[in-house]
Design a binder for this molecule. Sequence first.
Ligand code: PLP
Length: 390
Amino acid sequence: MRLSRRITGIIQGGSDGWDVYYRANRLSDEGLDITHLTIGEHDIGTDRSILDAMHEATLAGHTGYSAFNGKIGLRERVAQRVSERTGLPTTPDNVLVVPGGQAGLFATHHAACDEGDTALYIDPYYATYPGTIRSVGARPLAIPARPDRMFQPDPADIAPHAAGASSLLINSPNNPTGVNYSRDTLMGIARLCQDHGLWLISDEVYDTQLWHGQHVSPRTLPGMEAQTLVIGSLSKSHAMTGSRIGWVVGPEEAIEHMGNLATHTTYGVAGFVQEAACFALDRGPDFEAMIAAPFRRRRDLVLRLLEAQNTVRPIPADGAMYVMLDIRATGLSGEDFANRLLDTHHVAVMPGESFGQAAAGHVRVALTVDDERLAQAVGKLVALAQELTA
Ligand code: PLP
């Protein structure tokens, strides 16, 4: 039977960029001691107190169908959190609860784009972006952010593609580069969106992991509230990746229509997960800082370890749980280097090319193992780079 072009076309080019990751997992399954620095998953599980709250919520009966657009208690908490963090008054009518940031990416593009519309996004990008855009029938168009600008996007590079496009997706702090977009960058992007009537889709799932500068949510910039859709999630901020809980914040009308999408796709998020999310948010900023702290420490550790050499050049991450490394001096592509590192030293990192062409010749190191193991892995990575350069 013929399958739709829309579904068979989600992944293009036969690879979804995760080959090294899958191979590393297979080698682990075969018994090899692999250091996994690939995906953005904490090395701690969800906190026991949150799991207890989830368990209690199941026993208290939150196991039936839940409000499709999210429980009012959770939408209130998200609205309050966003109001406090950004200074922009936000109400529960501006909030849709979704099963994780990924579902938010799908819902926002569904809301912003018609069939065949152009949806812009910045390269390097989180690996699901183009496939998510294709899955709503839109046409993804990547705009490179250049390594010589430390991957800070230049609005002048976006401008030629803005006319006729429907949306622009940005992500700050950024996966994979760790860059935090400056206010100037965001002001330039906001002006473009206003000039060309683009929806700005702002993926802010790393907003609690910021080591330098200030996190500016572009929804707060003058005139942008009416055309910005913000994606948030408890996956990274609260180590709740498996609970699948996040939100979209935006104008009431857009939120209402995305609520209809939820009714016709996910049918809402499990009530006991939403109760646990309320509990998690009530633990406040200190808890979020505690979850973020190891990534900052490990980011500093990696940069320190790389100081003594200049074969591998780090992009000093402003935030998020990764450090991007420029390995172009070796003459290898990010993919060849990552495969070589896996085979010879049993260290798995993500090739920059998995995140787009702008990050070619780079690898992304996820800071998701204990400090000692991370230091050993970085030592092996540098040794391989130096060997190849010599
Ligand atoms: N956006 C970015 C930039 C991510 O890195 C991720 C996950 O790694 C997601 C969205 C999806 O997160 P969630 O677990 O909330 O679906």
